[in-house]
Design a binder for this molecule. Structure first.
Ligand code: FES
Length: 86
């Protein structure tokens, strides 16, 4: 299936998590911390929230989200108020 990551097309097998899809790309990070450090999925089970990304305009956990056809994913989700997982 085809997804789009930060405007770039990417093909992934059905059933791939967003975190796994992002791991196929360089640099494979999901967001930037308040101190400017690049962050990436850590726990893989929905606890750490290091994998926050924007999917179709909503903040989601990449490790808990399965890719769907045409999904548009944006990384580098900030930590500003309102960017928490909804
Ligand atoms: S990797 Fe920890 S919540 Fe997704």
């Amino acid at each position: 299936m085809h997804i789009v990551v930060n405007g770039a097309p990417l093909q992934v097998p059905a059933g791939t998590s967003v975190a796994a899809a992002l791991a196929q790309q360089t640099p494979g990070t999901t967001r930037t911390s308040v101190t400017g450090e690049a962050r990436a999925p850590l726990c893989g089970m929905g606890v750490c929230h290091e994998c926050r990304v924007r999917i179709h305009g909503r903040t989601r956990l990449a490790c808990q989200t399965v890719c769907t056809e045409g999904m548009s994913i944006h990384t580098d989700v900030g930590t500003a108020p309102g960017s928490a997982t909804s």
